[in-house]
Ligand binder design. Structure first.
Ligand SMILES: Nc1ncnc2c1ncn2[C@@H]1O[C@H](COP(=O)(O)OP(=O)(O)OP(=O)(O)O)[C@@H](O)[C@H]1O
Ligand SMILES: [Mg+2]
Length: 445
C-alpha cells in the first residue's frame, strides 16, 4: 500500500447567519446530535437551516472522509458553492474545521483563490522567500529555485515591486510559480485556470503534471473538466458540502454532468430573506456577498487585504436618500468598523424593485477569526427600514497558508491587524572569551 499523504475524517465546516458562535464541548455536540436527529437530518439535506432560529447555520462541508495516497493526483469537482474551496482552505490550514480532522503528511504548497498566500506590501522577491521560509526551506535552496520561479511567472521586470501593484494575472502567475516550484510534498491548487490566459493555463497543467510525475501529491480544483480529466486519474465530487462520488475521473465527471441539469445553479449570494430582522421592512436586504477583492467575491477576506461587501436590496417603496450601512462587530457584539452611504454623503436613490450596493474597504485591519456583519438600511431621516444584527458571521482567513510540522505558527492573539516592521536598533556588544557569565562581565570592564 502506498503511504498516505492526506486523510480526512468526517471533516466539516459550518458557517453561520446571525447566530452567536459558542464553543461546544464534544459531549455537548454528541448529546445534541442524539437529541435532535431532526435538525441533523435537515442539515444533511442540504444548505439547510436558513430559518429564523438562533442556531441559523449551514454546512459548507459536511462529514467528508477520504484518503489520498502519496503521489496521487486527485481532482475535486462540483458546482459553485459545493464546498471545494472550503475543503482546500481547511487543508491549507488557513481556517479551522468545525468538527472532524484533516491530516496531511509533508509540506503543503497551496494556491488558493487570489488573495491568500502573499503579503501585499512586500515585493515579489520578498514574497518568494517568505513563502519558502514558511514551507520550511533554507534560503540557499530558495535561491537555487528563484530564477525558475520568476521565469515561469514571467514577472522579471516587476520582481522588486510590491505585489499589491501587480495585476491579478501577474499575482496569480507568481503565486502559482511559487507553489509549484518550491517542491511541496502536497500541492493544492484552486481554480487557477479560471483566471490565467490560455497559454498560462497550459503551462500550469504542464507544471502540475511534472510535480505529479515527481511522485508528489496534487489536489486540483477546477471547473475545467478537460483539464481535470487530463491531469487526474481519480476525482471526488462534492455536492452541497457532501462527498457524493469518489473514483475514476471519467466516471465521476459522468456522474457530475448527469446531475447537472436537474437543479438550478447555486448562486454565490448568501441568502438573507429568512434572516431575523427589525425595521419597517418596506425594503429588505435579500442577499450578501463578500470577498477579498473588487473582482472576486470569494468569501475570503484576509488581514491587511481589501474587503468588498455587496448587498442586494428588494424595495417596495422608493427612497430618495437612503442610508445603507454596515457595521463589523467582534464576537461579543462590540462595534469595530462601520460605514454607510450617509457618512460618505452618497445620495443615490433606492428604486422600487431590486438594487445592489457595494462597500469597499481598502485595507481590512482585522486578524483571522469570526466577526459579525450587521447590515442596516434607513430612510433619509434615519428611521430604520431594515436591520439585520448580525446578518451573518464573516470569517477573516489567515493570509498565509500554513505549513505543517515545526514551522506551523500558532495564531497570534488580538483582533486588530496592523502593518509593522521589527528589528534590532542598537547593540552594545561585549566580547567574552568563554567561561562563566560573571567572569565575562569582569573581562569586558
Ligand atoms: N467565509 C464564508 N462565510 C460564509 N459563507 C461561506 C464562506 N465561505 C464559503 N461560504 C459558503 O459556503 C459554501 C461553499 O463555498 P465554497 O467557496 O467552498 O464553494 P466552491 O465549491 O469553491 O464554489 P465555486 O465553484 O464557486 O468556487 C457556499 O455556499 C458559500 O456561499
Ligand atoms: Mg471555489
Amino acid at each position: 500500500m502506498t503511504a498516505l499523504a492526506i486523510r480526512l475524517d468526517q471533516l466539516s465546516k459550518q458557517y453561520r447567519f446571525g447566530a452567536r458562535p459558542r464553543r461546544r464541548t464534544l459531549r455537548e455536540a454528541l448529546t445534541e446530535a442524539a437529541a435532535s436527529p431532526w435538525r441533523n437530518l435537515r442539515r444533511l439535506a442540504g444548505a439547510a437551516g436558513r430559518g429564523t432560529t438562533e442556531d441559523d447555520t449551514f454546512w459548507a462541508l459536511r462529514d467528508v472522509s477520504f484518503e489520498v495516497g502519496h503521489g496521487e493526483v486527485l481532482g475535486v469537482i462540483g458546482r459553485n458553492g459545493a464546498g471545494k474551496s472550503t475543503l482546500l482552505k481547511l487543508l491549507s490550514r488557513i481556517t479551522a474545521p468545525t468538527s472532524g480532522r484533516a491530516e496531511v503528511w509533508g509540506r503543503v504548497g497551496s494556491l488558493l483563490e487570489v488573495g491568500t498566500g502573499f503579503h501585499p506590501e512586500l515585493t515579489g522577491r520578498d514574497n518568494v522567500y517568505l513563502n519558502g521560509a514558511i514551507l520550511g526551506m533554507e534560503r540557499g535552496y530558495i535561491t537555487s529555485r528563484f530564477d525558475a520561479i520568476v521565469e515561469f511567472a514571467g514577472v522579471e521586470q516587476f520582481i522588486d515591486t510590491p505585489v499589491k501593484r501587480y495585476s491579478s494575472g501577474m499575482y496569480l502567475r507568481l503565486a502559482f510559480a511559487v507553489a509549484a516550484h518550491l517542491e511541496p510534498d502536497v500541492l493544492i491548487v484552486d481554480e487557477v485556470l479560471a483566471v490565467g490566459d490560455a497559454e498560462f493555463q497550459q503551462k500550469c497543467i504542464g507544471r502540475m503534471n511534472e510535480v505529479a510525475c515527481d511522485g508528489r501529491t496534487v489536489l486540483f480544483v477546477s471547473h475545467n473538466l478537460g483539464a481535470v480529466q487530463r491531469l487526474c486519474t481519480r476525482s471526488i465530487l462534492l455536492e452541497k458540502g457532501n462527498l457524493v462520488a469518489d473514483g475514476e475521473t471519467s466516471e465521476v465527471i459522468r456522474q457530475y454532468l448527469a446531475s447537472h441539469d436537474t437543479e438550478a445553479p447555486a448562486g454565490r449570494w448568501i441568502d438573507l430573506t429568512a434572516a431575523p430582522r427589525t425595521g419597517s421592512a418596506s425594503a429588505r436586504f435579500t442577499g450578501v456577498q463578500y470577498g477579498s477583492g473588487d473582482q472576486l467575491v470569494d468569501f475570503s477576506p484576509h488581514p491587511g487585504g481589501p474587503l468588498e461587501i455587496v448587498v442586494g436590496i428588494d424595495a417596495s417603496i422608493a427612497l430618495n436618500r437612503p442610508r445603507v450601512g454596515f457595521t463589523l462587530r467582534d464576537r461579543y457584539g462590540g462595534p469595530l468598523i462601520s460605514g454607510s452611504t450617509y457618512a460618505l454623503g452618497v445620495a443615490t436613490p433606492l428604486p422600487i424593485g431590486y438594487s445592489s450596493w457595494r462597500f469597499v474597504l481598502e485595507t481590512l485591519p482585522l486578524r483571522p477569526g469570526p466577526y459579525q456583519l450587521e447590515l442596516w438600511l434607513a430612510d433619509s431621516m434615519g428611521a430604520s427600514v431594515d436591520r439585520l444584527q448580525p446578518a451573518l458571521w464573516m470569517e477573516v482567513f489567515d493570509r498565509q497558508p500554513r505549513g505543517f510540522g515545526p514551522h506551523y505558527n500558532p495564531r497570534h492573539d488580538g483582533i486588530l491587524y496592523c502593518e509593522y516592521s521589527a528589528g534590532r536598533v542598537e547593540a552594545a556588544v561585549r566580547h567574552r572569551t568563554g567561561g562563566e557569565p560573571a567572569s565575562a562581565a569582569t573581562q569586558s570592564r
